[in-house]
Design a protein around this ligand. Structure first.
Ligand code: MN
Length: 231
């Protein structure tokens, strides 16, 4: 096998207490998965099945990190999210069997160019331009599932320059990890290396260059992201 030019590097993330890295295949994101956040975005969270969007694999970057404030936006929002790392693929996975497919977990930020998302919603265009840009998914080193205390409860939080803006519990997920990954596997055959960003709680807000963003899920991981001036 030869390629017309060097194949791009495999996207990957750090693993806690290990030099081996997790190879990233795809990034699936769940929309509106906490009631209070759905309401703050002007939606009725009742009875809506989970829906998904994606980011490119190389949007996932290690933390701590410093990234430039992205282009084309004046309204970059933070969305702190529990991240699930898939280690075993499958389709039509039953909720009771989802745990067998999980390699580990972490915490990440689903950065969102909110002004571009609002424009996309208004014009009924895709969300990619608002969600799937460079460095849009900083993720803390992954924790192997054997060391994860719980995927059903635990504080999830985010602070900007030390001021807490998002503070909730993963017990508040509308669609649990087991339920939304089961649903995802009905529409896509999951594969090792896939990541699932499970949705954000209320408190999303704008950031500016110079902000230092910290966040975590208790017992799983913590992250730190510094926003530099635009490149
Ligand atoms: Mn999100």
């Amino acid at each position: 096998m030869t390629y017309v030019f060097d194949a791009p590097p495999q996207a990957s993330l750090a693993v806690q207490n290990s030099t081996a890295r997790f190879p990233v295949r795809r990034i699936f994101c769940v929309g509106r998965n906490y009631e209070a956040h759905a309401r703050e975005m002007g939606n009725d969270p009742d009875r809506e099945p989970p829906f998904f969007f994606t980011k490119p694999a190389d949007a996932a970057i290690d933390t701590p990190c410093t990234i430039p404030y992205p282009p084309l936006t004046n309204d970059l929002h933070h969305e702190i999210e529990l991240v699930i790392a898939i280690g075993k693929g499958g389709a039509n996975i039953a909720p009771a069997n989802v745990a067998d497919h999980i390699w580990g977990a972490s915490v990440g930020i689903d950065f969102t160019r909110r002004d571009l998302q609002a424009e996309a919603k208004k014009t009924r265009r895709p969300w990619d331009w608002s969600k799937a840009f460079d460095n849009s998914a900083p993720i803390a080193p992954l924790k192997p599932i054997a060391d994860v205390p719980s995927l059903t409860n635990g504080r999830i939080w985010l602070a900007v320059n030390g001021e807490v803006r998002q503070d909730a519990d993963i017990a508040d997920l509308i669609w649990s990890v087991a339920d939304h990954i089961a649903t995802l596997s009905q529409g896509m055959t999951l594969a090792p290396g896939d990541l699932v960003m499970t949705g954000t709680p209320a408190g999303v807000a704008a950031t500016v260059p110079g902000d230092i963003i910290t966040g975590g899920v208790d017992g799983i991981a913590e992250l730190s992201v510094t926003l530099a001036p635009p490149a």
